[in-house]
Design a protein around this ligand. Structure first.
Ligand SMILES: Cc1cc2nc3c(=O)[nH]c(=O)nc-3n(C[C@H](O)[C@H](O)[C@H](O)COP(=O)(O)O)c2cc1C
Length: 188
């Protein structure tokens, strides 16, 4: 496995003043895992589906579907997700340094499909309002979490983006959308 050096732009010190640098353990082995096998095995791990949305430098809303959203810390309140290096929306959201994580509800498969696509205007036909931090808040989600970008760690072909929560609420959606084995499931 290759250890990727942190760049100044990706790794920022938090309010604690502690440098957010990765701590390599030295335990990494160089093993080749076929991509299809990796996907098949890890497809057994159910994930939530969220849309991370922000306002791009041109003032237009941007967002992408994310299955890696997780809570990290309560004090301070931190969440994280993993944007891939091929994402075209994430660099624009990173520039804004603030975003809203919209956790999708059962029945919002079409919303997920739109935000998992590369179509230019993913927000067309969707109802959304500006959250307190200005980032897009989608209608009918189960939860939305407003964040400032706290830090970002490079991790292979993805990064780990850590958001400091500035506000969060449950939405009107009742049950979350779940992704498992390449399919959407609804939790009853
Ligand atoms: C259920 C699901 C989960 C996904 N999770 C992630 C993720 O965690 N990170 C990521 O970078 N892309 C993820 N994707 C893929 C992106 O949504 C997709 O690559 C999208 O085209 C990115 O759009 P962008 O180029 O506008 O950023 C996921 C897609 C689906 C359908």
């Amino acid at each position: 496995m290759t250890t990727v050096p942190m760049t100044e732009s990706l790794c920022q010190a938090g309010s604690s003043g502690v440098a957010k640098a990765p701590r390599p353990t030295g335990a990494s082995q160089s093993v080749t895992i076929p991509g299809a096998h990796f996907r098949r095995v890890l497809g057994n791990v159910p994930t939530s589906v969220a849309v991370v949305a922000g306002i791009g430098p041109d003032g237009q809303p941007v967002g992408l579907a994310i299955g890696t959203f997780t809570s990290v810390s309560m004090d301070p309140p931190l969440v994280a997700f993993c944007p891939g290096e091929s994402s075209t929306s994430w660099p624009k959201i990173r520039m804004a340094k603030r975003f809203c994580v919209n956790v999708l509800a059962a029945g919002q498969e079409d919303v997920c499909a739109a935000f998992a696509s590369k179509q230019p205007d993913k927000f067309r036909g969707l109802s959304w309002t500006a959250a307190g931090n200005g980032a897009p808040r989608l209608e009918s989600v189960v939860a939305w979490v407003e964040c400032d970008l706290e830090a970002e760690y490079q991790a292979g072909d993805h990064s780990i983006a850590v958001g400091r929560v500035t506000h969060l609420e449950t939405g009107t959606g009742e049950m979350p959308l779940v992704f498992l084995g390449g399919r959407y499931l609804s939790v009853d």
